[in-house]
Design a protein around this ligand. Structure first.
Ligand code: BTN
Length: 325
């Protein structure tokens, strides 16, 4: 079965806004037989699309399933590169693991891995990541940028800016970035970003950007130990979020901002990151493995290293720490 035709058919039904489209009309538009149209409709129904078929009038789309499977996402996707190839698995240990494997097998730049739930979702510093079924966006994006490995951290900052923009656009909420890459709303974490690298003597083979976004959880969907510090977009806005729209917005903004970064360099991304940051300019406590430093967060370097000035006037580069404000 031709998946592109099925996407186009789904798009056409969505755009018809509840109007009936006849089998003949669809067959003519897509250059296929009416039986082929009917088969595509059945496939869409199997995927959870609710489609009413009325004799002599045709097909009416009644509802779209709340899943992140490719037809639902790609139908209205506005990107050229990111998300053109998608791998969807209903449940998996971690989308990062699948993305690493796909990257080794040579998958295209911009490949996206999506799931409804992860059984071993992983966060930064080998922490576990809560991934409640169908409540969030658990996604890994494979990029193959032509840059030196030292520039990899900059992509995490590019992704953070893109995530903020996507959340703003879809929900109207005003997220902030807490260094290094936590996205917070009202001081609570709603998104985490984990960037991993595959590189060799020739440079970066693949960057795997993992994004965990809490969309529709209620407080009891989080493990007890993070209920005080985690939040979801639904908890913050009081409204259920359309996860499909959010994935499309995320992919769109990640593509836009990676393009800006490649074409115009890091300076503009750094400015945007700092403008969204809740850390910069603030007094903070940086808890590291061996010591804790207290001071003012002055900015980030081009490598994403936090610049912390302590009371004695010394400037410290912080590479990895838990930040308290
Ligand atoms: C963090 O510690 O803040 C980063 C969390 C990243 C979680 C995402 S969810 C999708 C992808 N798969 C994983 O196992 N982790 C990342």
């Amino acid at each position: 079965m031709n998946i592109t035709v099925r996407h186009k058919l789904a798009k056409r039904l969505i755009e018809a806004g509840g109007e009936a489209l006849s089998g003949q009309q669809l067959a003519d538009e897509f250059g296929i037989s009416r039986t082929a149209v009917w088969k595509h409709i059945k496939d869409l129904e199997d995927q959870g699309y609710e489609i009413e078929s009325i004799k002599k009038r045709g097909y009416i789309l009644k509802s779209i399933p709340d899943t992140l499977e490719p037809t639902a996402i790609q139908t209205l996707l506005k990107t050229k590169r990111i998300g053109q190839v998608m791998k969807y698995i209903e449940s998996c240990p971690s989308t990062q693991i699948i993305a690493h494997k796909l990257a080794q097998e040579g998958t295209a730049d911009g490949t996206v891995v999506l799931t409804e739930t992860q059984t071993a979702g992983r966060g930064r510093l080998a922490r576990k990541w809560d991934s409640a079924p169908q409540k969030g966006i658990w996604m890994s994006i494979i990029l193959r940028p032509d840059v030196v490995p030292q520039k990899a951290p900059q992509f995490t900052l590019v992704a953070a800016v893109a995530v903020v923009r996507a959340i703003e656009e879809v929900t109207g909420l005003k997220p902030e970035i807490k260094w290094p890459n936590d996205i917070l709303i009202n001081g609570k974490k709603c998104t985490g970003i984990l960037t991993e690298l595959q590189s060799d003597a020739d440079g970066i083979q693949a960057l795997i950007i993992g994004i965990g976004l809490n969309a529709n959880q209620e407080v009891e969907d989080f493990s007890p130990e993070i209920q005080e510090i985690a939040s979801s977009l639904k908890m913050a806005s009081g409204k259920e979020v359309n996860r499909q729209e959010l994935v499309r917005a995320l992919l769109f903004h990640i593509e836009q901002f990676t393009n800006i970064y490649i074409e115009q360099g890091f300076a503009i991304i750094k400015l945007m990151w700092e403008s969204y940051s809740s850390t910069i300019g603030q007094p903070i406590r940086a808890r590291m493995a061996k010591e804790t430093l207290v001071g003012i967060a002055e900015g980030i370097t081009d490598d994403g290293v936090l610049q912390l000035r302590t009371a004695d006037g010394k400037l410290h580069g912080i590479y990895s720490a838990d930040i308290e404000m």
